[in-house]
Design a protein around this ligand. Structure first.
Ligand code: ADP
Ligand code: MG
Ligand code: MG
Length: 878
């Protein structure tokens, strides 16, 4: 026996004990404490769940004894007893984790029934219909939930029964019918499970409790946790509660209600109920429920009591409540309350209304909104009716949010051509490459068979605010790539598909979309967020259009401008290819001279769009072969265009071949081998700044030049010298006193480990956590999708480290680099520009380690502003 307490009566707990009692249990306890009519019961803690796993998926004897002690207490409190024929205790067994989690175990009602209990129950209540309805429900739920005999087997038996009896509604079945169903159900159980249905209530109870614990680890729950950052270590609690019955007849019923409209946020009670019903009947759509207003007519006394309770709960929790209640023979019981789930639009309205009503402060309003919900406000969504009528045919990774619908397009060229004509197309590819950029831009959505959350398609789509579903391996392309099959259907360029980038669902049909709508409520909340935030929020933007979009979303600078993205457009690619195939420095300089005015123009556009806010520009990063074609036809065409022998061009391409390009000739290594590239880019950056500074004397431009992929201070110094010698000469000549900074990405573990040395030379660090993650883990983000699922299944990883910063490993390198960097340059500017810069939990980490800013794609800027505010609030509280 340990003296650790694993079970709490409702009267022993309260709302502050969510971690231990789960959300449902803590709120049942709180309502009990508030004197509300809650059927009595107890909660088995989340720690008992954890212990269950520690004990090898078993409930140990001491916890068992403790539970049985609480059963005895409940029996004493209610005056009922398990298995007592005259006065049987019947209970519900309900799961409840800290955060409400779909995918976990369903509730079991009426536990404690068996043949004898049902029979006497029928006599005693003088209501055999009710007794056998409860009994058959129990068998059905227990079989489904505890023994995983599918629901459908039982529904089929009900349907057959209704057909033989010639009735439509479940409620039209007689007591005899239901009694017979109970017999059929038990036979079904025996056939499927190979054992008799358990008659002993204690055995039933432990079966149900174990099923709740097991459900914590079922694949649906594990998937949900991964998508929602819920750690597996939390565990779930189990609530055992004495039953109240909404199915005793016409004076009983059950319902659900929200204290405000969860879709719009409109104030006022909103809900539904059904008379003579139990449990999930209301939501299951078995009969059409009545609206809560009708309860006023039906039973004004109960209605008024309920309204009073709702008001009290809202004023108590200071948030919109989602409640479940049951009426047993005219008597009201509360069965659940929680802060209600709501749409993004409703979340903002409710938070503002609560502030205006004096219920909460503006800071509390900032804290109560889930930053991830903002996505839905900034992107198109499916229209509700269309979505309700559609069934997904596949599910990939939710790579970039929003809803999109269009006809299939198989190549970037086709997507661009059709998109330009105004056609809605969805680009469907095995994976995307930098060459696809234009087609991606014109596509309404992007679907890839390969690649994870940080694949090229995912990153670029998020940057553009285009919906993207990635890594849907079931997409199988026909040879020639002019059709694909998914979910048993073949799609050609004439077929419609629809993508939900927020869930990863793919539909093989046309579903209408509605545009994004940003409300005034949104503006108020984000304004309050900015008041409490201490980290700046910048954006990753490569074009003036992206920069302007990000400014509209409130970006306070650019944390990462990737210069190479500009090279794929129009005649630039020709110039860059010319540079690559150059054989001498002179040839290369001549080609670079063609690129110079284009880059300068781009940078001017970006400075203009950022209106004087800081701009970090990264020197060329990718390996050069990315700019050259690899198909025979394209190579022949390019050779002709460049006046080169095909073989010569092929020789260049072959010479650029790398076994592992991610770890090859890229980043600052390019500048070490070809200093003239860095010199040209510096010239473009500085000249553009001078030109824009002249046009806007009121701005104080300080360009930040960032050297990628540094691992050794000497290579940084080498590149820095190219930068400063070029820049200083231009500035001296211009007569303008332009300041600029030279800093580096920290994206190679060695750079993090030697950050004190590097910080002596670098004026800022920007953590490139995409590369830093792949170099630290030693696997590529483009390939990780192929095996990460196995790692999730085997519980080795809980999350995709490319989407959510690995705080233990990669985070340690970040922390180390921050500390070392500050040791030699106390005022060093610190930021993050990896994909993690837009992920709320990673943003919280950035706050903790003391970064000055986070930088993320334009469409994530509002999320980051809110998440940064919440991180600041948490830091204040800590
Ligand atoms: P979920 O989390 O899926 O809502 P719940 O545990 O809340 O599951 O229970 C499902 C349904 O069963 C709800 O409608 C609830 O009101 C009902 N229910 C649960 N416990 C009882 C009880 N002790 N008496 C009557 N109905 C109950
Ligand atoms: Mg519920
Ligand atoms: Mg990088």
């Amino acid at each position: 026996m340990t003296d650790h307490k694993y079970v709490y009566e409702f009267s022993e707990g309260d709302a502050s004990m969510k971690n231990l009692l789960g959300g449902k249990g803590a709120n049942l306890a709180e309502m009990t404490g508030l004197g509300m009519p809650v059927p009595q019961g107890f909660t088995i803690t989340t720690e008992a769940c954890t212990q269950y796993y520690v004990d090898g998926e078993a409930i140990n004897d001491s916890i068992k004894a403790e539970i049985l002690g609480y059963v005895a207490k409940l029996e004493a409190l209610t005056g009922k007893k398990f298995g007592d024929l005259d006065n049987p205790l019947l209970v519900s067994v309900r799961s409840g984790a800290r955060a409400s989690m779909p995918g976990m175990m369903d509730t079991i009602l009426n536990l404690g029934m068996n043949d004898e209990v049902a029979e006497r129950f029928a006599e005693k209540t003088n209501n055999p219909r009710f007794a056998y309805d409860s009994y058959r429900r129990f068998i059905q739920m227990y079989s489904d939930v505890v023994m995983e005999v599918g629901k459908s087997h039982f529904e089929k038996l009900i349907d057959e029964m209704k057909e033989t009896r010639g009735v439509i509604q479940d409620t039209d079945l007689t007591a005899e019918d239901l009694k017979e169903l109970a017999v059929e159900f038990k036979a079904q159980y025996k056939a499927k499970v190979g054992q008799d249905f358990p008659t002993d209530p204690v055995e039933q109870l432990f079966g149900a409790i174990k099923a709740v614990f097991r459900s914590w680890d079922n694949p649906r729950a594990v998937y949900y946790r991964r998508m929602n950052d819920i750690p597996g270590s939390w565990g779930t609690a189990v609530n055992v509660q004495s039953m109240v019955f909404g199915n005793t007849g016409d004076t009983s019923g059950t319902g659900v209600a929200f204290s405000r409209n969860p879709a719009t946020g409109e104030k006022g009670l909103y809900g539904e109920f059904l008379m003579n019903a139990q449990g999930e009947d209301v939501v299951a759509g078995i009969r059409t429920p009545e609206t809560i207003d009708q309860l006023r007519d039906e039973n004004p006394e109960v209605y008024n009591q309920f309204v009073a309770i709702v008001d009290k709960l809202e004023n108590h929790y200071h948030d919109m409540q989602d409640m479940e209640f049951t009426i047993e023979e005219g008597k009201l019981f509360m069965l659940q309350t929680r802060n209600g789930k709501r749409t993004a639009a409703a979340a903002f309205k409710i938070a503002c209304d609560l502030v205006d009503e004096g219920q909460i402060t503006s800071t509390q309003a900032v804290a109560m909104i889930d930053p991830k919900q903002i996505d839905a406000l900034l992107h198109p969504q499916f229209d509700v009716a269309g979505l309700a009528a559609a069934t997904p045919i596949g599910k990939g990774l939710p790579a970039s949010p929003g809803a999109a619908c269009g006809k299939v397009s198989f190549t970037a060229e086709d997507a661009a051509a059709r998109g330009k004509k105004g056609e809605d197309v969805i680009l469907v590819r095995l994976e995307t490459t930098p060459e696809d950029i234009e087609g991606m831009h014109y596509a309404k959505g992007i679907l890839t068979a390969r690649g994870g959350m940080t694949s090229h398609a995912a990153v670029v789509a998020r940057g553009m605010g285009t919906c993207c579903v990635s890594g849907l391996g079931e997409v199988s392309f026909a040879p020639g790539g002019q059709s694909f099959t998914l979910g048993g259907k073949t799609f050609t360029s004439d077929d419609w598909i629809s993508l939900d980038g927020a869930t990863g669902a793919v539909y093989g049909e046309q579903i209408g979309t509605v545009p994004a709508e940003i409300s005034g409520y949104f503006g108020r909340i984000i304004g309050w967020a900015d008041e409490v935030r201490t980290m700046k929020v910048r954006t990753n933007a490569d074009t003036p259009a992206d920069a302007r979009q990000a400014r509209e979303f409130g970006a306070e600078g650019i944390g990462l401008c990737r210069t190479e993205h500009m090279f794929f457009e129009g005649d630039r690619i020709a110039a860059i290819r010319e540079m690559i195939v150059s054989k001498t420095v002179e040839q290369r300089e001549a080609a670079l001279a063609k690129l110079l005015p284009m880059q300068r123009g781009d940078f001017e556009g970006i400075y203009e769009a950022m209106e004087g806010f800081p701009v970090t520009i990264r020197l060329l990063d990718p390996p050069l072969h990315e700019f050259l074609p690899h198909d025979e036809d394209d190579i022949v065409a390019l050779a002709a265009e460049m006046n080169l022998a095909v073989d010569d061009l092929k020789a260049v391409i072959a010479s650029l071949h790398e076994f592992n390009p991610m770890m090859g000739h890229r980043g600052c290594r390019l500048d070490v081998t070809y200093p003239e590239i860095g010199a040209m880019q510096t010239r473009a950056i500085i000249e553009a700044a001078i030109n824009v500074q002249k046009r806007h004397p009121e701005w104080n431009l300080v360009p930040e030049i960032m050297v990628p992929l540094v691992g050794e201070v000497k290579e940084f110094v080498f590149v820095k010298n190219i930068i400063t010698s070029t820049a200083d000469a231009i500035i001296a000549e211009s007569g303008i006193d332009l300041k600029y900074l030279v800093g580096t990405m920290i994206e190679i573990p060695r750079a993090a480990l030697t950050a004190d040395e590097i910080a002596k030379e670098a004026e800022f660090f920007s953590f490139g956590t995409n590369d830093l993650t792949q170099m630290t883990f030693g696997f590529s983000r483009d390939d990780a999708g192929m095996f990460l699922d196995a790692y999730y299944d085997k519980k080795i990883y809980e999350n995709d480290p490319f989407a959510r910063l690995d705080q233990i490993g990669v985070g340690k390198l970040v922390k180390t680099a921050v500390e070392l960097g500050k040791s030699t340059r106390p005022d060093i500017k610190l930021g993050i520009c990896g994909e993690h810069g837009g992920d709320p939990s990673s943003i919280e980490f950035c706050q903790q380690v003391g970064l000055n800013y986070v930088s993320c794609s334009p469409f994530r800027v509002p999320i980051a502003r809110l998440a940064a505010a919440q991180s600041a609030l948490k830091a204040q509280q800590a």
